[in-house]
Structure formats: structure tokens, C-alpha cells
Design a protein. Structure first.
Length: 323
């Protein structure tokens, strides 16, 4: 078999239904299979798949095992020469799969590749990055962002000036649509299940590059990535999981000692950012109240609430120094 399409779902029934319909409408010309791993959804996802897409191989977990572990379950079951890790909140465009497969077939030194991703409104979505750096992370997640410190490092990390119209070797492509050669996963290993969510594909891409394989962005293949889906339901937890996984990545690939030193700056700087957000949001809340702006008052109240929750978790359960 040439291609295995793997989708992990968690309470995204409608997104998954739309994704599966797009696969049906844009099937690749090669032989392929679809494997769905459901992480204990409670929105009738499993019944929908059984009823509407009986040909799909379905794995139903009794608990949410996380993105990496669920993908590994499917990879181990799959038979394709290439494995496409696909988010449920994606929509395939015509010939997108054929283009990716053809490119992999034509380049023996290719370890992985990814398509151009579009937002729901048709605009281009940022889908490639360099591997993260300490300074870029400080700008992204902490009070450093308010004063512009390490802005250049952050822009370098996210490839701010990247042109999405040409094929190009990159460090990583977004895990929303990541095609990997099976023989490469056999060499470098599957996804690291210590990453419950976020940075698991960054870690995989890092190991692929370290092993000498190329990772290429293929703009001729186009997939719409709606975004939001599973992770968007819990924004506070989403941010905490993202930072936790980022630090795990640093500890694994930048060294334990260096990451501990980084954490000594990172944690208080994160707290300072949210303290500043509370102050600024409080001022906005007072202004919104005075001007009878109910919508603005509600939004700023939510911002204050989220920052308070985040600070509480940093100081209690979010253990940045011991990972």
C-alpha cells in the first residue's frame, strides 16, 4: 500500500465529518487507507464514523491518550509506504495528496513534507518554522514581548518573511498535515509520547533532520486548516500545555542544565506578562464600564480571569523547573 492517512479526533465530530467528505471527494490515485483514532470523544464521533465511513479503520480509546500516543497507535497499525498525519479540522483540495505522494516518490532523500495550508477565509496560514530557540520563546510567551525584547529571534523562529509560493527545505512543517516516509519512522522512532499535545511533530521533525533527511514545503499541494478544533475548546489549558511541551523539547534537545537555567528566567517572566495583562485589562474594564461597552467589559473580564487562572497554575501545578 502506498499511503496511510491518519486522523486523531477528540470531540470534533463536525470537523471530522467535513474532513472525511473532503477525502472522499479528493481521493488520491494510489492505493490508500484511512485510520481514525478517537480519544474518548463524547460527541457521538464513533457512531458517526461507523455509520458513514464503515471502510475506515477505527481505533477507539477509552481515555484521551494525547495526540502523540494516538498517532503512534495508528502508525503501528498502518501499512502505507507513506504516512500522512492529518488534523480533523482540515479540508483537502483537488490533487493535494497526489502531489505530496509524487514528490516523495521522486526524492529519495526526502524524510517528510507538508503542503501549503490555508485559513478558512482562503488566506495563507503560517505552516513552517525553524526549530525553537530560548530567546524566541521568551519573546513569544513572556513579558519580553511587551517591550520588544528578542523580537528578531522570534521572527526568525516563525519565519516571519517566509514566501509560501516556492518549494523549500525547512526545519519543520505543521503537524496539521505532515507526510512522513515509513522507513524514516522506523529509523528515528515514532512520536515521543511524553508530549501529550504540542511540539510532538517538532520533535519528530528534529529527529528526522538530525538523521540527515530533508523536510520540504510543497506549496503546489493545498489543504485548508480551519483551526480551533480540539485544542481551541480549552484556551487556558492550551497555553499551559504548549509551554510545558516547549520546555520538554528544550530539555530533550538543548540539554537539561541549559533548560533549567532558562526556566529560572522563563517562569517569572511568564507570570509578569500575565500580571501586566491583569493591570491593562483592569484599566480597559473600567473604561468599558464607564462607556457602557458591555461587549468590551465582558472580553476584558475574561482576559483578567484567564490571567489569574494561569498565574495560579504557574505557582502551584505548572512545574517548569522540574520536568
Amino acid at each position: 500500500m502506498k499511503l496511510s492517512i491518519i486522523i486523531v479526533s477528540w470531540n470534533v465530530r463536525e470537523d471530522l465529518l467535513r474532513c472525511m467528505r473532503s477525502i472522499k471527494e479528493n481521493e488520491p490515485s494510489c492505493d490508500f487507507e484511512v485510520i481514525i483514532v478517537d480519544n474518548a470523544s463524547t460527541d457521538d464521533t464513533v457512531n458517526m464514523i461507523k455509520k458513514s465511513f464503515s471502510e475506515v479503520k477505527l481505533i477507539t480509546n477509552q481515555q484521551n491518550r494525547g495526540f502523540a500516543a494516538a498517532n503512534n497507535q495508528a502508525i503501528e497499525l498502518s501499512q502505507g509506504e507513506y504516512v500522512l498525519l492529518l488534523n480533523p479540522d482540515t479540508i483537502l483540495h483537488p490533487k493535494s495528496l497526489d502531489i505530496l505522494v509524487k514528490f516523495m516518490d521522486s526524492n529519495e532523500d526526502m524524510g517528510a513534507c507538508g503542503p501549503k495550508l490555508l485559513n478558512a477565509d482562503g488566506s495563507t496560514q503560517d505552516s513552517v518554522r525553524r526549530f525553537p530557540s530560548f530567546r524566541g520563546a521568551l519573546h513569544r510567551h513572556t513579558v519580553f514581548k511587551f517591550v520588544g525584547i528578542f523580537k528578531g529571534e522570534y521572527r526568525k523562529w516563525v519565519m516571519y518573511d517566509f514566501k509560501n509560493d516556492k518549494q523549500r527545505d525547512v526545519d519543520q512543517v505543521m503537524g496539521a498535515a505532515l507526510m512522513v516516509k515509513r522507513s524514516v519512522t522506523e529509523q528515528v522512532g515514532l512520536m515521543d509520547e511524553r508530549f501529550f499535545m504540542y511540539y510532538e511533530e517538532v520533535d519528530l521533525c528534529y529527529r528526522i533532520k538530525q538523521a540527515g533527511w530533508r523536510i520540504v514545503f510543497i506549496p503546489e499541494a493545498v489543504i485548508t486548516h480551519i483551526g480551533g478544533g480540539s485544542s481551541g475548546q480549552i484556551p487556558v489549558s492550551k497555553r499551559i500545555m504548549a509551554m510545558t511541551s516547549l520546555l520538554k523539547f528544550f530539555r530533550k534537545h538543548r540539554g537539561k542544565f541549559a533548560t533549567r537555567l532558562f526556566s529560572c528566567v522563563f517562569k517569572p517572566a511568564v507570570i509578569l506578562r500575565d500580571l501586566m495583562n491583569i493591570v491593562l485589562s483592569t484599566i480597559k474594564y473600567i473604561f468599558a464600564t464607564a462607556t457602557l461597552d458591555r461587549k468590551g467589559r465582558k472580553k476584558t473580564a475574561e482576559n483578567i480571569k484567564n490571567s489569574v487562572i494561569l498565574i495560579w497554575r504557574y505557582c502551584s501545578r505548572f512545574r517548569l523547573l522540574k520536568m
